[in-house]
Design a protein around this ligand. Structure first.
Ligand code: SAM
Length: 234
């Protein structure tokens, strides 16, 4: 994400909020762009917060959902959300909350995977993602399929966040997995499937594991492309 650092280099950024911070993957990016800023990470999942707190001693963490940010208006110079939009129960509400807590003239950064225009190896990733998100939904956990890129841009526009620029980011190149790696991924999928044994979708999901095995051998595996959006709030 080398485009972000030069954009922010001469801007005064004192405090940053990372929404849906999870175990802190995006904090590494934020700490690189904003080395002097105070950073707070929020997430509703306590286990993830504990894991993030073990890795980042200089970041403060709070348990909180994006849809209800427990901060006063205009608290932060930058508010970010990474790989979490498709986990939210109410994206519009969350974007409005992010807008509310950012200072006038402040910035919103969104990093989100999308589901269209993917190569065949990325479509294998999408298949695994949709498999996992379906199981989460069966278990009552909000986890939607990934949005299309234009849908993400539309959500941000409709929330009244003025998009300054956006770019595509690929986390990695296409990787041919070894048979051991394929077996590990299949074993993980089977373990997840076992948790929904009595559900009517069980057989369909089981077939998806076979399809995954066939496709990953032919096409390899590559994470879906993400769109990174930098918007400003007036
Ligand atoms: C795929 S992880 C992304 C973690 C991290 N931001 C990253 O870039 O890797 C999605 C995160 O969204 C969180 N999440 C789920 N529902 C949420 C909500 N309503 N508000 C905020 N975060 C939520 C999950 O707990 C999880 O940590």
């Amino acid at each position: 994400m080398k485009q972000l650092k030069p954009f922010f280099i001469h801007k005064e950024i004192g405090c940053v909020l990372d929404v849906g911070t999870g175990s802190g993957n995006f904090l590494l990016v934020l700490k690189d762009i904003f080395p002097a800023a105070k950073i707070i990470g929020v997430d509703p999942n306590n286990e993830s917060l504990v894991s993030a707190a073990q890795k980042f001693h200089d970041v403060r963490f709070k348990r909180m959902s994006a849809e209800q940010l427990d901060f006063p208006n205009h608290s932060f110079d930058v508010v970010s959300i990474s790989m979490a939009l498709h986990h939210l129960t109410d994206v519009d509400l969350a974007l409005n909350e992010m807008k509310r807590v950012v200072k006038p003239g402040g910035w919103i950064i969104i990093n989100e995977l999308f589901s269209d225009n993917l190569n065949e190896a990325q479509q294998v990733h999408r298949m695994v993602h949709h498999f996992g998100s379906r199981i989460d939904r069966i278990q009552g956990i909000n986890h939607n399929q990934a949005f299309k890129k234009h849908e993400i841009l539309q959500l941000v526009n409709e929330a009244g966040i003025k998009i300054q620029f956006h770019f595509e980011h690929k986390k990695e190149e296409n990787k041919k997995l070894t048979s051991v790696e394929v077996n590990e991924k299949v074993a993980k999928m089977k373990k997840r499937l076992d948790t929904v044994k009595t559900h009517p979708d069980y057989e369909t999901l089981k077939l998806q594991i076979n399809e995954f095995r066939e496709k990953v051998v032919v096409f390899g595996f590559q994470s879906a492309t993400r769109v990174v959006i930098v918007g400003q709030v007036s």
